[in-house]
Write a protein that binds this ligand. Structure first.
Ligand code: MF3
Ligand code: CO
Length: 265
């Protein structure tokens, strides 16, 4: 499938989808408490998504049974919510959520610490987010796709982390997954030339130890091969001539100065 350039009308819908998804992430992140089950997290998240008139895009996607992927500690992505899994103080919990607004998707992930977490865990979460923003320095028309990939990779590797290779980011729009693939590692090709109106889900998955992963018996849940921690940070991004528009950024992140929107709609 060719890489699509979104029209003004499509971009407007994706902006709304992203804004809603940012709100859901912000509110669901604040609702996390020790003792909650991962199924409760999914239920609350789905309720929030529907309260904005959106559809949870992951639900029943290729048979995935929930609206929110909840991945705890050594789980990298695609954790399946369960009434038997409770989160506890010291855990790190990755929430990956997709919404559809008027036929257009937004996809984003955040990793949260529950209560007090270890220094190492906090560093991993922060640096995973920072690796995404390193990539954003190259997310502009005229750059090449794999410049984003290389920047994410180099930043994460500078701390000795493992960068997951078996899963990648993707184009996004009227489908959750569109071309191109967006790797988080260095390639020997430069990839496509970026153009205004392209929309990408950039999603580094960064491990404390090895980059190698395995799959749980449920066929979905990806875990680190060495069972050390993993963090995930993802946003839906619009390419423009200048600074990218990070459609699923949260208000809290903007208030904290993690990202300053601006300049070039
Ligand atoms: N952010 C993930 C992705 O882009 C979420 C997919 S989970 C699934 O692939 F359940 F929908 F598969
Ligand atoms: Co994604």
């Amino acid at each position: 499938m060719p890489v699509t350039i979104k029209s003004a009308r499509e971009i407007e819908r994706m902006r709304t989808a992203g804004k809603i998804l940012g709100r859901v992430h912000q509110d669901l992140g604040k609702a996390l408490k020790p003792g909650m089950t991962t199924l409760e997290i999914d239920r609350i998240g789905e309720e929030m998504i529907r309260s904005y008139g959106c559809i949870p895009s992951f639900k029943n996607y290729q048979g995935y049974p929930a609206s929110v992927c909840v991945s705890v500690n050594d789980e990298v992505v695609h954790g399946i919510p369960s009434e038997r899994r409770r989160i506890k103080e010291g855990d790190i919990v990755s929430l990956d959520i997709g919404v559809i607004y008027k036929g257009y998707h937004s996809d984003a992930a955040r990793t949260h610490g529950i209560g007090e977490i270890s220094k190492n865990a906090g560093n991993l979460i922060r640096r995973t987010r920072e690796s995404f923003f390193s990539g954003m320095r190259y997310a502009a028309a005229g750059r090449y796709l794999h410049q984003i990939s290389a920047a994410v990779y180099d930043y994460a590797k500078s701390f000795g982390y493992g960068v997951v290779r078996d899963l990648v980011g993707h184009g996004i729009g009227s489908h959750l997954h569109e071309d191109p693939e967006v790797p988080n590692f260095r390639k020997f090709t430069r990839g496509i030339r970026l153009r205004p109106g392209m929309t990408l889900a950039v999603e580094p998955m960064i491990n404390e130890g090895t980059y190698r992963v395995g799959w749980k018996k449920n066929g979905w849940t990806v875990v680190t091969a060495d069972r050390r921690l993993s963090a995930h940070y993802e946003n839906t991004v619009l390419i423009t001539k200048g600074k990218p528009e990070i459609l699923s950024i949260t208000e809290d992140e903007v208030a904290a100065g993690i990202w300053t929107p601006g300049g070039n709609a």
